[in-house]
Design a protein around this ligand. Structure first.
Ligand code: DX5
Ligand code: ZN
Length: 232
């Protein structure tokens, strides 16, 4: 089977109703989400604070697709086992979170979990050159991590194209996270991204009582990305 580089939409539950995560996860999956993106923040590596392993464990039974856990924490290694046991399908760690990202990815895979490596906006694509045999996904941050609702950093498009060239036909997803909308999705898809994280652009205007808005938001991002991917 050829590696599946079709466009996948991964809503970030950072933009969901914090009093209703189970229902929100079920709603976005019913409305077309391909993955569920869980933004873990420690108030140290990034200025915000979100979900510990118990919260991720509570999300798990509601996720039918794929639970993609983005660790914006430092240090990472002491927490890998806990997030794997909480049910993460993929754990992504930042190259900037410590001196031993190569060992961190080995530790993630040792848990039987898919591995992701994350690049902040200032970090060049070359930083993953010696990690491609250990990564199932490379995540390019198109905002400075810590908050939803920020503006897309356009310089990251060139980084995505560089990564796509580096990856070649290896079975590695390119994920983009931050400021993804129907307007920015085509830019990143044309450059080679296949997994698009979106928080505010998915959840805006909707609710668990009006989930069709989530579906329309997801469909708009997907359509824009698929058209650009097909034309690239
Ligand atoms: C930012 C998070 C992103 C964020 C995306 O640190 O990693 O996933 O929630 O939110 P939007 O799509 O609103 O930029
Ligand atoms: Zn994220």
């Amino acid at each position: 089977m050829p590696f599946d580089r079709s466009i996948k939409i991964a809503p970030s539950i950072l933009s969901a109703d914090f009093a209703n995560f189970g229902a929100e996860i079920r709603a976005i999956e019913a409305q077309g989400a391909d993955w569920v993106h869980v933004d873990v923040m420690d108030g140290h590596f990034v200025p915000n604070l979100t979900f510990g392993p118990p919260a991720v464990k509570a999300f798990r039974p509601h996720v039918r697709t794929f639970m993609d856990v983005h660790l914006m924490i430092a240090p990472v290694d002491p927490y890998i086992e806990a997030y794997a046991e909480a049910g993460a399908d993929l754990i992504a760690a930042h190259v900037e979170a410590g001196p031993h990202i190569h060992r961190t990815l080995q530790a993630i895979r040792a848990q039987g979990v898919k591995s992701g490596v994350v690049l902040n906006p200032a970090t060049p694509a070359e930083a993953v050159e010696y990690l491609l045999d250990l990564a199932d996904l490379v995540l390019v941050m198109s905002v400075n991590p810590g908050f939803g609702g920020q503006s897309f950093i356009a310089s990251q498009v060139a980084k995505i194209a560089r990564l796509r060239a580096m990856i070649g036909d290896r079975p590695i997803h390119i994920q983009v996270d931050g400021g993804i909308t129907p307007e920015t999705a085509p830019l990143v898809a044309a450059a080679g991204a296949d997994v698009l994280v979106a928080g505010s652009a998915v959840f805006k205007g909707g609710s668990v009582e009006t989930p069709a808005v989530y579906g329309a938001n997801i469909a708009a991002i997907r359509a824009a990305a698929e058209a650009a991917q097909a034309a690239a």
